[in-house]
Design a protein around this ligand. Structure first.
Ligand SMILES: NC(=O)N[C@@H](CC(=O)O)C(=O)O
Ligand SMILES: [Zn+2]
Ligand SMILES: [Zn+2]
Length: 442
């Protein structure tokens, strides 16, 4: 492998320096590097890690594939993504998770870690082969029925007990489905005025409280997917403190999506299903509380919930449309808009919530690492001044369902590097077509 000098770069937005790479690892210095890149004051961050991505393969290849989703991820500054199992077939067995994992390695743009389903077919009634998925080459350590909630408390308890034994985490899509039958938008004055059936926030909050208690009793790790209300954050805070206390092994973590930090329920006023998402967009009091909870560490990290949908699934009346929106290429700029421009986080904080914390939640050893000698050369270089305008058709995803169409984003990802190899240079994907570096085998 080669040696690289990245000149005049600002790690975490701090003082300019040079970074050196040898054989995929950051080193103190290199004499006579094979390649020199002038970063011209770009901000360097550890490669971003997304705990919540829908890559749609297998079965949904009209909306996204491992290849197109990996390209979108790399362009967004990501070096690792967790692919949700609500595919067709569902990723509830070693054969499906291995397929996704192998495709990720073949594409080679980001580390693709399959999330295993908690229950067979996401049906909520019978536990999936969690142990077999954990033992497979895909080394599954995150389990979720995302898209659906593990609603049955006894199944959830058993899943948490297995997860604890496997040193894995259960990521819950917190939604009591009994409370959201037919729900279309956040239950409140906006939905009432628009004539859309309300999605009761208690459906989310009650499951988070219940799961925190089940996880504490099991001494297990629970991760809350796409937390969306102020009260949900309060419950996580309580679970960490009062409930957490002396219980060994118990830990609750939580993620918030960029769209729940920026957009509010009034977005539905245009009846454009591009704004339909699960959980629904909430009022501004919630968005603001979520920003504060992310800043103070109550919410650990940002996760995109990148949910590509084919035109047919979105180009229809609101109630018939599928929920979900694109996120990988707009996540970092939205975090800058909502958290950095508002003074809630600096670039160190962005590295924490977009890279270090998600890597820690998922137990990744070689992602979310400091930008220091001896660490993997896995990073992204961001131009903090380069604004761009979002065009769904120009994004790398096969689908175009971005809620930010025509919106100006304040920063641009310029280069992304995975273990010493450029996956993106000057905003363009560098195709590799082969497995690069070491992906954590088990
Ligand atoms: N978020 C969504 O609205 N949709 C997700 C499922 C999910 O994350 O619950 C999808 O798979 O499309
Ligand atoms: Zn979900
Ligand atoms: Zn999801």
């Amino acid at each position: 492998m080669s040696t690289i000098r990245i000149r005049n770069v600002r790690p975490y937005g701090e003082d300019p320096t040079d970074l050196y790479v040898r054989d995929g690892v950051l080193v103190d210095t290199v004499d006579d590097p094979d390649e020199t890149v002038d970063a011209d004051g770009l901000v360097a961050l550890p490669g971003l890690v997304d705990l919540h991505t829908h890559l749609r393969e297998p079965g949904g290849e009209e909306a996204e594939t491992v290849a197109t989703g990996s390209a979108a991820a790399a362009l967004g500054g990501y070096t690792a993504v967790f692919a949700m199992p609500n595919t067709d077939p569902v990723a509830d067995s070693p054969v499906v998770v291995e397929h996704v994992w192998r495709r990720g390695r073949e594409v080679g743009l980001v580390d693709v870690h399959p999330v295993g389903a908690v229950t067979v077919g996401l049906e909520g009634s019978k536990l999936a082969e969690m142990g077999m998925m954990a033992a497979s080459p895909a080394g599954v350590r995150v389990f979720s029925d995302d898209g659906r909630c593990v609603n049955d408390p006894l199944i959830m308890r058993r899943a948490l007990e297995y997860a604890r034994a496997l040193d894995a985490v259960v990521a819950q899509h917190a939604e009591d489905h009994r409370l959201t039958v037919g729900a279309q938008a956040h239950e409140g004055p906006v939905a009432a005025r628009l004539g859309l059936a309300g999605w009761d926030p208690t459906a989310e909050e009650s499951i988070i409280a219940r799961d925190a208690m089940l996880a504490a009793a099991a001494g297990a790790r629970l991760h809350v997917c796409h937390l969306s209300t102020a009260r949900s954050a309060e419950i996580v805070r309580w679970a960490r403190g009062t409930l957490g206390g002396a219980r060994s092994g118990f830990r609750v973590s939580a993620e918030v999506t960029p769209h729940h930090l920026l957009l509010t329920d009034t977005a539905a006023e245009d009846y454009d299903p591009v704004h339909k998402v699960n959980p629904p967009l909430r009022p501004s009091a919630d968005t603001e509380a979520l920003r504060r909870a992310l800043a103070d560490g109550t919410v650990d990290c940002v996760a995109t919930d990148h949910a590509p949908h084919a035109v047919e699934a979105k180009d229809c009346e609101w109630s018939a449309a599928r929920p979900g929106m694109l996120g990988l290429q707009t996540a970092l700029p939205v975090v800058v808009t909502t958290m950095v421009a508002t003074g809630l986080l600096d670039w160190r904080g962005v590295a924490r919530v977009c890279s270090e914390a998600p890597a820690r939640v998922a137990g990744l050893a070689d992602q979310g690492r400091p930008l220091s000698p001896g660490e993997p050369a896995t990073l992204t270089l961001v131009d903090p001044e380069a604004a761009w305008t979002v065009r769904g058709a120009a994004l790398a995803s096969l689908a175009a369902n971005t809620p930010y169409e025509g919106m100006e984003m304040p920063v641009s990802v310029v280069h992304t590097m995975l273990r010493g190899r450029w996956t993106v240079q000057d905003g363009a994907v560098q195709e590799s077509g082969e497995v690069q570096g070491e992906v954590q085998d088990v």
